[in-house]
Design a binder for this molecule. Sequence first.
Ligand SMILES: [Zn+2]
Length: 80
Amino acid sequence: MDAYTLKKKKDTGELHLFKGKMTQEGCTSGNISICKMMKKEENEKNIFACKNEGEARKECARNGRDVCGVCVSNLYTTYE
Ligand SMILES: [Zn+2]
């Protein structure tokens, strides 16, 4: 199952989503955001981590306009 983590970018305060996989020990997250505009090293803090798609949608809605639109749109589109 996919896992989503929302990270805050250091300099800009933008929030970007990272996609990973749920595991027994928690979840993984990619080295680069879904939109490819933020790297893991630029993370200031996690807003949330290890959410499934439905939960991630809700949490992103709560954070509103600070969340990257490209990343969020991925939650509403299935490419597979
Ligand atoms: Zn993004």
